[in-house]
Design a protein. Structure first.
Length: 480
């Protein structure tokens, strides 16, 4: 019997609830902040280009530190890092709410994001390392549901709070949630976890992977505004490449690596990670671009477009728990392959969308897309973690979260470029700016059809990767 496996049902439910609430809290925070950016811009008298550093800080800090904090959880204990992360997040949230200037708000936002980078991977690691195999999928499905709920409620809650109380209260609302969750986690989460054989922490490696990922994300984020050959973009890519090379060379030699490169020698871990990268690439990219179709082609206002864009997140929230539980019964491989086949179908359907398409058909496309992602994420998360050694669960959770983040960033950076190139084909190759493209619904539709076709091929490739990632037969203590 493995001493770290929790067999008591009440303790299992408390663990799942605590991790789910922490996930809901930071996705709610992210959604509320994004909708509040114009209000923050007006309050401090700065441009949107300045205030947009707040969500960029999230991507840079969280993605760059996830791997380090995941490994730190393996070394120092998942519970300790999880609780500390919640405390830092709650304190950072309070400090954001009382900020007296834009620079102060940005600094406290960075501090707050460090907390999220601590509790996010260690929460997943707690579930995959300490729960019996026959309920891990169900648990991850509940966490995915909480994530979908946060994304659904974030924009709506942020809009309501801004209208009635002011932008500062989007931060204040999460303070009691963070404090209560931290207290419950300190009291109820288990201390025991799988023993790790290499108890050292590679701080130099953590610094290099932070520089590599942050430079990559900042460079990709700058492509749309500056272009591929911009000096800043090229410098970012060069710094990222050199840092990655140094990091990989170091990790191969050191006896206590922050990233065990052997994880990717496991073909199933690699294919499962590749499939979720492609899935988030296309899903987040299309979510970023589709408001332009709804508002500029179909003529919806911001509120109506927001309600339409809530449908896939709502569908994810509804289907994720069922998919997670089903993966405990039949495995993850079939569900992930089925989900990516559905995602492919959703883009085939979108390829038939035009200027005169009825709103019910557009919503149906989004419902199919949300259903696919809801059926994919929890089983895929379980599959990735199942192929990581027990003493590498924190590290693997950090890798998984990084794959999600970088997939999202690549989608947001690259799909608009596909859109623009497809739109230019409609003009016979004549170079026009995006501002001019927006004035012509026909040219915009050509751009959208280009990314819909690209989405079909990306989802097909994700389907292949998902089919190649085999289930791992697990033997541990079952639930009694």
């Amino acid at each position: 019997m493995d001493g770290h496996i929790i067999t008591d049902r009440n303790k299992q439910m408390w663990m799942i609830a605590i991790v789910a609430v922490s996930t809901f809290m930071f996705t709610l925070d992210y959604g509320m902040l994004n909708i509040s950016l114009p209000a923050i811009s007006r309050y401090f008298g700065v441009g949107l280009d300045i205030v947009e550093r707040l969500p960029l800080a999230y991507l840079l800090i969280v993605t760059g530190t996830l791997l380090g904090f995941g490994k730190l959880g393996d070394v120092k204990g998942f519970k300790r890092i999880f609780v500390l992360g919640l405390c830092i997040f709650a304190l950072g949230t309070f400090l954001c709410g009382i900020s007296q200037g834009m620079n102060m708000l940005l600094a406290f936002r960075i501090f707050q994001c460090l907390g999220e980078a601590m509790f996010s991977p260690t929460g997943i690691a707690l579930i995959t390392a300490c729960l019996p195999h026959n309920i891990k999928g169900k648990a991850l499905g509940i966490v995915a549901m909480a994530q979908g709920l946060g994304f659904c409620l974030g924009p709506a809650a942020g809009g309501f709070i801004n209208s009635h109380f002011g932008w500062r209260y989007i931060f204040f609302i999460n303070i009691p949630i963070g404090i209560i969750t931290a207290l419950l986690a300190r009291k109820l989460l288990p201390e025991r976890q799988p023993k790790i054989h290499d108890a050292g922490f590679d701080s130099i490696g953590a610094a290099f992977i932070f520089i590599a990922l942050s430079a990559l994300i900042f460079g990709l984020n700058s492509v749309i505004g500056m272009g591929w050959v911009s000096r800043i973009v090229l410098v970012c890519f060069a710094v990222s490449a050199v840092s990655f090379i140094i990091f990989i060379a170091r990790e191969k030699k050191i006896s206590y690596p922050i990233l065990d490169l052997g994880l990717f020698s496991n073909r199933d871990f690699a294919f499962a990670s590749g499939s979720v990268f492609l899935a988030t690439f296309i899903y987040m990219g299309i979510t970023f671009l589709f408001p332009f179709y709804l508002e500029l082609v179909m003529g919806l206002n911001v509120l109506q477009a927001g309600l339409v864009l809530m449908t896939p997140a709502f569908m994810m929230m509804v289907t994720a728990p069922f998919a997670g539980k089903l993966s405990d019964l039949i495995g993850s491989r079939k569900l992930c392959s089925f989900a990516m086949a559905l995602a492919t179908l959703s883009f085939v359907m979108l390829a038939f969308v035009g200027r005169d398409s009825g709103m019910p058909f557009v919503i149906l496309c989004f419902l199919v897309s949300g259903f696919a992602m809801g059926f994919f994420l929890a089983p895929n998360n379980k599959l990735v973690m199942a192929h990581a050694p027990l003493d590498r669960q924190g590290m693997a959770a950090g890798v998984y979260k990084i794959v999600l983040s970088t997939g999202s960033v690549f989608g947001i950076a690259l799909l608009p470029l596909i859109f623009i190139h497809a739109a230019l084909l409609r003009t016979g190759g004549a170079h026009i700016k995006f501002a001019e493209i927006k004035k012509s619904p026909d040219i915009m539709m050509a751009g959208f059809h280009g990314i819909f076709v690209a989405g079909i091929f990306i989802c097909l490739l994700a389907s292949v990767f998902a089919a190649l990632a085999r289930d791992k037969i697990m033997k541990d203590v079952t639930n009694r």
